[in-house]
Design a protein around this ligand. Structure first.
Ligand code: EPU
Length: 340
């Protein structure tokens, strides 16, 4: 039986939903799609509530999910070089860091700042992953999706994907769009983004003045290993909150009463550092029953082993409340939250 037939029939069965938060979650109906055709068949068979997940690196799950879940698990990388540029197409089920490693290994620049971000390639455009001054949307040419409203495969150019800070059309409407693959633009030579303070400092430390893309990726990997918990040891979803964007008036008032606050003007206002706000509320390294706030980066909530989805939501709420009380700033959750 081929994968499409399998996903359309008996292969929906109760099963554990993978996730980097390390919480147990069983879906009543789970199917592993080993191909695009399998995913499409599963979506048609599972009905409109069917969720597509990759490695579960940006989702807070309940202990039981009664909606059908399909895991996008097929792999595939295709590189087409033309002169000094290349287009790299990655299947949804590739691991994101593997895509970065492959591109660098082939001698192409563009993804070095995005090294070591957990999760699958298919999830990367959903939250428009970003780190150290680069957002994925800057590298995306197009995203192939299955559109459940139009019931067909579509190719969306980057401009049609509604990309924003940790946001996209796919995140806004997860029921409609399932990512099948994404195509990235790479270059042999590229003006690399080296001005993020952490990256600058790390390269200086290594005594590197003219870094290669690989050296930048190595610096990023070292920074991330130092600052962020490895989900294999401490379940986590990376940043649990977005950096808030406030209006300039509020930013100015805060600067008066809270000396030293980080504030960057961006489109639509002034971006503050959620990590700093949470830090100033005293949350860094705090344990809250079975979960806690990471001691080196308080934007990240971690699992002490027995934590469940609702524990994270409860701690997230406490953190939000204290930031609201002290700064009058509303923190928005970064991951998607699924409930049963
Ligand atoms: N800060 C503190 N206390 C701390 C940690 C940080 O005051 O304990 C301050 C720092 O001094 C710095 C500011 O907060 O000025 C920002 O910190 P950092 O440079 O570590 O970055 P971030 O804004 O907290 C964002 C992304 C990360 C990404 C880093 C590096 C979001 C929500 N998070 O964090 O992304 O790796 O920049 O580019 O935008 C993720 O999304 O999962 C993620 C880890």
């Amino acid at each position: 039986m081929n994968d499409a037939m399998a996903c359309a029939s008996q292969y929906f069965a109760p099963g554990p939903v993978p996730n980097t938060l390390g919480v147990p979650c069983v879906a009543d109906r789970l199917c592993v799609a080993g191909s695009e055709a399998g995913l499409v068949a599963a979506l048609r068979h599972g009905g409109e509530r069917t969720m597509v997940l990759g490695q579960g690196s940006n989702v807070v799950l309940p202990e039981r999910l009664d909606q059908p879940v399909v895991l996008a698990a097929w792999r595939g990388l295709r590189l087409r070089a033309r002169g000094g540029e290349a287009l790299l197409t990655a299947a949804a089920g590739e691991g994101w860091h593997g895509v970065v490693r492959y591109s660098l290994g082939q001698g192409w620049a563009g993804l070095e700042n995005l090294a070591l971000i957990p999760g699958s390639a298919g999830a990367a455009p959903v939250q428009n992953i970003g780190a150290y001054g680069v957002e994925l949307s800057e590298r995306i040419v197009e995203v192939r999706v299955f559109d459940r409203v139009e019931n067909r495969v579509r190719t969306l150019a980057a401009e049609a994907c509604g990309f924003g800070y940790r946001d996209s059309l796919f995140k806004a409407d997860p029921v409609r769009y399932a990512v099948l693959s994404l195509t990235l633009r790479l270059a042999r030579r590229l003006a690399m983004r080296l001005d993020y303070p952490d990256v600058e400092l790390e390269l200086q430390r290594q005594g590197v003045t003219k870094p290669t893309p690989r050296q930048v990726a190595e610096a990023v990997i070292r920074i991330r290993r130092r600052k962020l918990p490895d989900p294999r040891h401490w379940g986590n979803l990376g940043s649990f909150f977005k950096n808030p964007i406030v209006d300039p008036g509020q930013a100015e008032r805060l600067a008066g009463s809270e000396p030293g606050l980080v504030a960057h003007p961006v489109a639509g206002g002034v971006k503050l550092a959620a990590a700093q706000l949470i830090d100033r509320c005293g949350w860094k390294g705090q344990r809250w029953d079975r979960v806690g706030v990471w001691h080196r980066q308080p934007l990240v909530l971690i699992n002490f082993g027995e934590g469940r989805g609702p524990d994270f939501l409860a701690l997230g709420e406490q953190v939000r409340r204290s930031v609201r009380e002290r700064f009058g700033v509303d923190l928005e959750l970064e991951p998607s939250v699924l409930s049963d």
